[in-house]
Design a protein around this ligand. Structure first.
Ligand SMILES: [Fe+2]
Ligand SMILES: [Fe+2]
Length: 385
């Protein structure tokens, strides 16, 4: 619990002071003492949390059949509500059967071909094949497995709607079987005790597998209903929103209904472009840079702002409601995706905000002449060239 008083507590404290002041009739209302918490200087605020994390520069988990680099609250404390993993599977490599008890899983495939299987609580199962530019979404708790079924390395970046998903919420099948009395496993799975004795003794996480041949093998049960709620969305096939300096593709729960907790935005900025000053009233923003370089300044109120530069494999986190922009730097276009922890997309841009005010307010607020105010944009600019 934070030692700081909540706004409600401050108001309660303020009314207590007012009651106290009532017995001091000589004090005018304007002279009554201000009710700040004891020991707290109202002008001082914690510095901004570090909002840059070099995900691909970490070692992470490395095994025979693949690797995984994590950005959870442990590695990147600023991001409490969104975590990410950069995962690579070698051809045939399997991310074993597992589920996440406290988070939904999202991913975008950057390279290779991945087959997923997922089971939902209504007994419907789905098997899908993902290629670069496709995204998946598995609701919280749905059991799933991944396999690289191509001949090249598969690389995908996973996102989770809880920063603690890893240490408190990933449940793997081998770990579970190894912790269950063997006679129970044997009875439940109808296996011979000798077979159970040879099951893995601990969690395998990522393990080698065989590249499947065409046609792909059927599931064990061939009578399971296919899921009515597709967990695959072909993001790169979506029509982009175009701006003078680039484009973006925004996928909310409206376009991708199973995706009830996240919004994904793929963005592309041409050399010289920048995404204008804005903020998101309803969500944190978690960015992963695919190519090119950018500069971001985050404004956290109370005189606090910080600038960082980002390149491939680096992660930027912007807290809900904090002002920011993204400026392309260098000679290469910049491509990145952003995940938001809300199924709807909300943004307020500075240009549109200002345009929704009379000129005299802007003139007085900025201390500038009205002919200067007349130069201001009249609508949202999006990505400026
Ligand atoms: Fe998972
Ligand atoms: Fe943003």
């Amino acid at each position: 619990m934070s030692p700081k008083l909540s706004r409600r507590q401050m108001l309660t404290a303020a009314s207590a002071v007012t009651v106290g002041a009532a017995v001091l009739p000589s004090l005018a209302a304007s002279e009554q003492p201000q009710a700040y918490p004891v020991g707290k200087d109202p002008g001082k605020h914690e510095p901004l949390a570090n909002f840059k994390f070099d995900l691909e520069a970490t070692t992470g988990w490395v095994g025979e059949a693949g690797s995984a680099k994590e950005a959870t609250v442990e590695e990147f404390p600023a991001s409490q509500h969104i975590a990410g993993v950069s995962m690579r599977l070698k051809p045939g490599g399997i991310r074993e059967l597992h589920w996440h008890a406290i988070a939904a899983e999202w991913a975008v495939v950057l390279n290779g071909t991945v087959r997923t299987t997922v089971i939902s609580p209504n007994g419907e199962s789905a098997t899908d094949i993902f290629q670069p530019g496709d995204i998946w979404y598995f609701p919280k708790g749905h059991g799933h497995a991944l396999q690289n079924i191509g001949n090249d390395e598969a690389h995908f970046v996973l996102g989770f709607d809880d920063g603690h998903f890893s240490e408190f919420g990933t449940f793997s099948i081998t770990d579970w079987m190894a912790r269950t009395p063997p006679h129970i496993v044997a009875r439940n799975l109808n296996l011979d005790p000798a077979t159970v004795a040879n099951l893995p003794r601990k969690e395998l996480y990522i393990l080698p597998g065989k590249i499947p041949q065409n046609p792909l093998e059927e599931n064990l049960a061939d009578d399971l209903e296919t899921s009515q709620s597709p967990h695959k969305f072909r993001l790169s096939n979506m029509k982009p929103l175009s701006f003078p300096g680039g484009w973006e593709r925004i996928v909310t729960a409206k376009e991708f209904p199973i995706n009830t907790t996240l919004t994904s935005v793929m963005q592309y900025l041409e050399p010289g472009a920048f995404r204008e000053l804005h903020w998101h009233p309803n969500a944190d923003e978690w960015q992963y840079y695919i190519s090119g370089h950018s500069r971001v300044t985050v404004f956290g109120a109370h005189g606090r702002a910080q600038t960082e530069e980002f390149g491939p494999g680096q992660v930027c986190f912007i807290q809900q409601g904090f002002g920011h922009y993204v400026e392309q730097v260098g000679s290469e276009p910049v491509k990145f995706f952003a995940l938001f922890n809300s199924p709807t997309f909300e943004e307020i841009s500075i240009s549109k905000w200002l345009a929704g005010n009379p000129a005299s307010i802007i003139s007085d607020n900025f201390l500038i002449a009205k002919q200067e105010v007349a130069r201001l944009p009249r609508k949202a600019l999006g990505i400026v060239k």
